[in-house]
Design a protein around this ligand. Structure first.
Ligand SMILES: C[S@@+](CC[C@H](N)C(=O)[O-])C[C@H]1O[C@@H](n2cnc3c(N)ncnc32)[C@H](O)[C@@H]1O
Length: 186
């Protein structure tokens, strides 16, 4: 009985590890932004009105929900979109969103960040889209190419890795890891 229970727990643990780390399910494994850098990331997002903040590969929503809390406190109407491909993480995001004080401005999308047409979220030509990305360096360029389809103002904030094809606005390592911002030229 105890051995059977142990085997079930082991199988569940292996299943969960596979779901969160398997490159066949997701080429970018789940790894949250370091909590010690959270305040700096929020600062770099430079939140404002008439703006959408996307977290591409939102994970458990640590950055997304903290930023949305910040915006609510500052009385901003910033919109937030969390894109995540892992269904378990999307479930966690939806539950957290339901209990969030700024839930009316948060939208969770179960989908592939490389395939989404981001134009569908932009409400007017002056609306700025800010993309927060903590993804593997070899996937950054692919994502940037997808974002290039937007013809409205775009900023990118990349955690840990640089976007080699873009000229950065700022690259000061103040926290544990590098946080770099870019404007996307038209
Ligand atoms: C390094 S984690 C970053 C999590 C979160 N953004 C943070 O900073 O705490 C990368 C996340 O991207 C998700 N992901 C990987 N490939 C994806 C894809 N093609 N579309 C959407 N999400 C993806 C993973 O499931 C994982 O949760």
């Amino acid at each position: 009985m105890i051995i059977a229970f142990g085997l079930i727990i082991l199988a569940l643990t292996i299943g969960l590890i596979f779901l969160f780390t398997s490159p066949s399910l997701s080429p970018v494994p789940y790894f949250p932004t370091n909590k010690k850098d959270l305040a700096l990331v929020i600062e770099k997002l430079q939140m404002n009105n008439n703006q959408i903040i996307y977290d591409l590969g939102a994970g458990d929503g640590m950055v997304l929900f903290e930023a949305a809390k910040w915006a609510k406190r500052a009385k901003l109407d910033t919109r937030f979109i969390g894109v995540e491909i892992n269904p378990i993480l999307v479930l966690i995001l939806l539950v957290r969103c339901f209990f969030h004080p700024n839930k009316k401005n948060i939208h969770i999308v179960l989908g592939d960040m490389f395939k989404i047409d981001y134009r569908q979220f932009v409400k007017n030509e002056n609306m700025e889209s800010v993309f927060y990305m903590y993804i593997s360096p070899w996937y950054l360029e692919k994502t940037v190419n997808q974002i290039r389809k937007l013809d409205t103002p775009v900023r990118i904030v990349s955690y840990m890795y640089a976007v080699k094809s873009l000229q950065h606005l700022e690259e000061k390592k103040m926290g544990l890891h590098q946080i770099t911002s870019y404007h996307l030229p038209k």
